[in-house]
Write a protein that binds this ligand. Sequence first.
Ligand code: GDP
Length: 507
Amino acid sequence: MTSPRRTFAIISHPDAGKTTLTEKLLVAGGAIHLAGEVKARGANRRARSDWMKIEQQRGISVTSSVMTFERDGITFNLLDTPGHEDFSEDTYRTLTAVDSAVMVIDAARGIEAQTRKLFEVCRLRSVPIITFVNKVDREGRPVFELLDEIADILALDVAPMSWPIGMGGEFEGVLDLETGGVSRPEGDSRNFQGRVDQDVTLSDRFAEEVELAQAGYAEFDGEAYRNGDLTPVYFGSALKDFGVAELIDALARHAPAPRPQPAEPAPIAPETPEVTGFVFKVQANMDPNHRDRIAFMRLCSGTFKRGMKLTPTGHGKPIAVHSPILFFAQNREVADEAFPGDIIGIPNHGTLRVGDTLSERADIRFTGLPNFAPEILRRVALKDPTKTKQLRKALDDMAEEGVTQVFYPEIGSNWIVGVVGQLQLEVLISRLEAEYKVAAGLEPAPFDTARWVTGEAADLKAFADVNRGAMAKDRDGNPVFLAKSAWEIGYVADRYPKVRFNATRER
Ligand code: GDP
């Protein structure tokens, strides 16, 4: 029998403690044994960091990855989301592949900009959220204030599941509101050492706080949580290991198992016997010595077996998946079997794209993985004109990975890249040099934004004929209108009412 799956992501603002919490989750799940391993895992990870100079310079994690661990008979698949705001697109796609999320908040800072953005993405897809208020071992804001802020800003019911007894210097432990047990700090390190006191007499002040909290906030309601209307809130310290085991238990008890996934012509339930899945991420050059890439597929139904043939819907022949990869935290292992909710890495030479549906049947397509209109456009200036071919390949690869978008204008050979955030441009230039040995610079483009145009062929042609100088194709050959300003989009949209100007394109 297969064990139940919990496929989830952690969303947070940089510095709230996502890395620390991830590490503690993996330790608790027995997947790693030493502290400090999350940021540099294994030889491959190190190699990757070497060529990803930016990752080192900026000290941020540019790439997402998948970590699998097991505890009490449940398999947890943790999908790492890049924390930096410039990577919202990549992050968005990762969040399409999870069934729930853990939102980590710094107790001294509350809801921050990036937490809020990521939360909105979760809300779009009704992804249920468990909140973990971190760093209670340090001075934080009053607990009521934090809870009210979550409720107000995110428009969610909050249900406190635990309660910190003091914070910072006064911190005495975390009270489990369900069992009444208190996890205590011990010794000089004030780390949690596994001691839980059951019969605790709280000081008057805390007894009153707890009473107020229980009267004032919603009680936990599993259905409201799974609908994305209520968030259970846990307090703890990732660094000191308070509340981490409780968080895993909460995921095990309450977080949804794999759910039906939106698809055409109808959603696909995990019980569907045929194997189906979709690619939410493609990563090129995992190993700098090979030009292979890994497509990350979320399995949505069926039991995947090694060697199985899967067909990418809409293009291509069936692919035999001989060496699928499962992502256990310490190393990559070849998978023999995988189940709905699991993520499989499929090595390929560029046949698989983000958004592809892979299945044993060719008549379905998963939906909801959009491209976003870029907010910054730049012309790519090649320093060595003999490298045109390499540049085109590099731009195609990176468009495929979702690092940047690329537009090939109908007139002229000044290729244009589009990104949602500035950092993506730095990643682009750095990778062009490190991986493709192409020296290139970026110049201002005469355009400000882009729209995918759709409509009847005759209407599109009439529009394109007049605006040829602003027409381009994206990596997949779709027609794109490059606009000088948002105002211009409104202007042409008025004049060509039969043409639609789309700010997103579903793949
Ligand atoms: P990320 O950017 O969200 O991945 O955050 P990190 O896990 O790298 O943590 C940011 C900083 O906060 C680091 O210096 C951590 O040691 C610290 N930190 C994380 N969790 C806690 C905690 O529970 N208590 C305290 N005092 N510090 C923490």
